[in-house]
Design a protein around this ligand. Structure first.
Ligand SMILES: [Zn+2]
Ligand SMILES: [Zn+2]
Length: 121
């Protein structure tokens, strides 16, 4: 799969594209992802940062130090608040795109559950 994936927020103010193949697809059950997504877990595709770019608008960033000690920058739409993607300080080569923001989320195939200690029953 070499096609360029596209996606964006609920209101359409922020759009992005991501080229290349997903490096890893996961469901994250950490408490930060639960709060930031408003859901039980976060479904994310880790894509090569080199192939990722914003094509419309400018997301706002929320930066927080995770329990792991890593700095996590979460990008969201300043207008509608949709969470879009995140970056982890230790892996600047990757972007974690929230699967639900893809124009075609059906390509998402989770390979692992992470932070299952805080997963909801
Ligand atoms: Zn929006
Ligand atoms: Zn998480």
């Amino acid at each position: 799969m070499t096609a360029v994936m596209t996606g964006g927020c609920l209101c359409g103010a922020v759009r992005y594209e991501a080229a290349g193949e997903p490096v890893f697809s996961l469901l994250c059950h950490c408490r930060d992802c639960q709060r930031a997504s408003g859901s039980a877990y976060n479904a994310a595709l880790r894509m090569p940062a080199a192939g990722f770019r914003i094509t419309r608008g400018q997301p706002k960033l929320y930066v927080k130090t995770a329990d792991s000690g890593n700095t996590v920058s979460r990008a969201f739409c300043p207008d509608c608040g949709s969470p879009l993607f995140l970056k982890v300080s230790t892996r600047p080569d990757l972007v974690g795109i929230r699967a639900g923001t893809l124009d075609d989320p059906s390509i998402f195939r989770p390979e692992a559950h992470v932070f299952v200690n805080s997963a909801q029953p």
